[in-house]
Design a protein around this ligand. Structure first.
Ligand code: ACO
Length: 432
């Protein structure tokens, strides 16, 4: 059996043989299928990239039908149980788990880049008091490019590496400062003795305690959520990271663009929407009526459904277990009961079964964040912090791939044919 695809063009009767590699054909090979010299060749139309690979990647593997997620080959369940966010970050960027020595040096580098320039603080001060923290986050990350102009030299691997440290180290600081700004509290500087997640809790919530010691279960829960959110192959924001990065702009601008993409309610903004939905439903007895509205197409069940996962999102399963642990040290959320009932009913209904709609990562994460006292508008920011490493790993991979060029999709033009410009005319009946 040959690894080829034979195509017969019924417009011309001609037959073509295209190579198949890794279960894919190269879209460019379609260009040789033409109807004549005037024809620039066949193209493939794939609105919203539902079946088009834009890159070769060795970072994250997802099997949506079987609910599998692996980083660099390691199952997410094992990493969630045994690893830490910083170790996973090293793995995603370098392809292998670190040795003890490599880990120590990596953690040192991250810990010693957590401070931001005092002018960054001044910049953040200029935002309106009720500015959305994600708006502040996106803008401040973009502004970092002006503080590190050498970051534009993306061809130098050492300089590239320096920006990676800076970004991973500084995003929690910017995130916490954006929150403190929004509630009018003084900024808390990083504490290098704490873990990555513990330091974020410290910068967010420290008031007068000296020293601040995060609750260990909450610190672990946050670290776990960071592991689960670290990468998810070619999703909307990663596609933005690669697309913007393909122009060879600096990585701060790329991460700002990816963060903006993440903010949308169909992507990283979904867990905020889940909480709004749960609050609107309010109590378990109102769940059946809400499900009826979903089935009638009036509303979407937020936190359900995924472009890739057509079975239970493996991250949702891990988060659901963690939610129970978190609620033992925080006040139990009344909305957890509503969420569990929604899931129970939805998983029995044909509407959801036939469309393969299952809880995704966002269905329970918002409840955990809320129990940890994070306000809902911080949820997308909490997603952007760990995803920064995924974006950077994908960006680095793209820049090292000789096949990658500036991203430039094609279009199918269906607009007006060429026509002559006509001078502006007075409206009919104006008498002019
Ligand atoms: N509630 C009700 N119906 C839904 C839902 C939902 N959450 N999701 C999809 N459907 C239905 C659609 O109405 C459609 O039905 P139809 O065939 O009768 O028209 C069918 O399922 C397929 O839906 P699509 O929109 O084509 O699926 P797509 O793959 O484009 O969308 C998406 C995926 C955007 C995640 C969608 O499921 C959704 O909007 N979910 C709610 C938002 C959400 O939770 N997003 C977080 C995703 S995870 C992440 O980004 C981290």
């Amino acid at each position: 059996m040959a690894d080829t695809l034979t195509i017969t063009d019924n417009r011309t009767g001609r037959t073509y043989e295209l190579p198949v590699e890794h279960n894919a054909i190269r879209a460019k090979d379609l260009r040789k299928i033409t109807t004549g010299p005037e024809d620039t060749g066949l193209t493939s139309y794939d609105a919203s990239f539902t079946n088009t690979a834009s890159c070769v990647s060795r970072i994250t593997y997802i099997d949506g039908d079987r609910g599998i997620l692996r980083y660099r080959g390691y199952p997410i369940e094992q990493l969630a149980e045994k690893s830490s966010y910083l170790e996973v970050a090293y793995l995603l960027l370098n392809g292998e788990l670190p040795t003890e020595e490599q880990y120590r040096s990596w953690a040192w580098d991250i810990t010693h880049h957590t401070f931001v320039h005092e002018n960054i603080k001044k910049l953040m001060d200029t935002f309106h008091h009720d500015a959305h923290p994600m708006g502040i986050f996106v803008s401040t990350v973009a502004a970092l490019s002006t503080f590190y102009p050498e970051a534009r030299n993306i061809a130098d691997p050492q300089l590239r590496r320096n920006q990676v440290f800076r970004l991973i180290a500084k995003v929690p600081t910017i995130a916490a400062f954006s929150y403190r700004h929004s509630i009018g509290m003084p900024y808390v500087y990083p504490n290098n003795d704490l873990s990555y997640a513990g330091n974020l809790l410290h910068m967010m919530f420290r008031t007068t305690e000296e020293p601040y010691r995060p609750n260990q279960i909450l610190e672990r829960a946050l670290d776990l959520l960071f592991i689960l959110h670290a990468d998810h192959e070619q999703n909307c924001s990663t596609n933005a990271m690669r697309g913007v990065g393909s122009s060879h702009v600096d990585p701060f601008s790329c991460v700002a663009a990816a963060s903006a993409a993440l903010w949308g309610p169909l992507h990283g903004g979904a867990n905020e929407e889940v909480l709004k939905m749960l609050a609107e439903i309010g109590s378990v007895d109102r769940v059946p009526a809400f499900i009826r509205r979903v089935k009638a197409g009036e509303v979407r069940l937020m936190g359900f459904g995924h472009r890739i996962y057509k079975s239970y999102d493996p991250r949702a399963r891990i988060i659901k277990d963690m939610a129970h642990q978190v609620f033992q040290v925080t006040r139990p959320s009344p909305l957890l009961e509503v969420a569990l009932e929604l899931e129970r009913i939805a998983l029995q209904e044909d509407y959801f079964i036939s469309r393969k709609l299952y809880p995704n990562v966002d269905f329970y994460s918002g409840l955990i964040y809320q129990a940890m006292r994070f306000p809902t508008d911080m949820f997308p920011v909490l997603f952007a912090i760990p995803r920064t490493v995924g974006w950077l790993a994908q960006w680095d991979e793209m820049l090292s791939d000789p096949e990658q060029k500036i991203a430039r999709p094609r279009q199918i033009y269906l607009g007006a044919e060429a026509r002559e410009y006509a001078p502006r005319r007075a409206p009919a009946g104006s008498g002019k």
